[in-house]
Design a binder for this molecule. Sequence first.
Ligand code: DC
Length: 226
Amino acid sequence: MRKNIVVAIDGYSSCGKSTLAKALAKKLGFIYIDSGAMYRAITLYFLRNNVDLENHDAIADALKHIELNFHSKDYESHITLNGEEVSDEIRLMPVSEAVSPVSAIKEVRKEMVKQQQRMGKSKNIVMDGRDIGTAVFPDAQVKFFMTADPKIRAERRYNEMVAKGDTSITLEEVFENIAHRDYADTTRAESPLTRAEDAIILDNTDITEEEQLAFALDKVQPFLHT
Ligand code: DC
């Protein structure tokens, strides 16, 4: 039985996993780790260096030249790729469109899972992603599986992008990207997105951020003083 507490949050694209994960980490004083940012940063490196996704040697070689690090500012997770801050660039469409095939590569997943397990070895963490409760931390004390209506998810993500000043994309395009990633994430051969048997389902289509935080805190509470 692990001594440190791990809260695993998995679920579909853009259903507020990181919002919940950040809020929980802040409330509990845990470290927040955004595993999707790691796949996105790898994707950015592959795009910039034209890494051929069919070439296993090139992939293995690229992985040796990538160093990812997280640093936290006000519970916002920032990621660096070989020392360069890439937190904003990895959210843009070129990376969002290319990340699914990259995250389906066996060698990439193996390396990411190893690094994620190291991060959760001794500290209390909240980690969000697609395979955290199933492959990375099957022994996590608390697991959530998040979902929401795809239309609502697209609207939320679109509004977020517009608020950041990104008007290069339509609501329909955001919806298409989300639907495409849902399909790719759930049907890939390597660690597809599935609910761990012991994961608590959290559908936030009709609830507020405050309500979902209260619900999640209630589930973590029993593990805090054991
Ligand atoms: O959570 P996100 O949308 O930033 O993740 C980006 C992509 O990375 C997503 O389409 C699937 C992949 N991913 C994954 O395969 N496993 C994880 N643990 C996290 C993300």
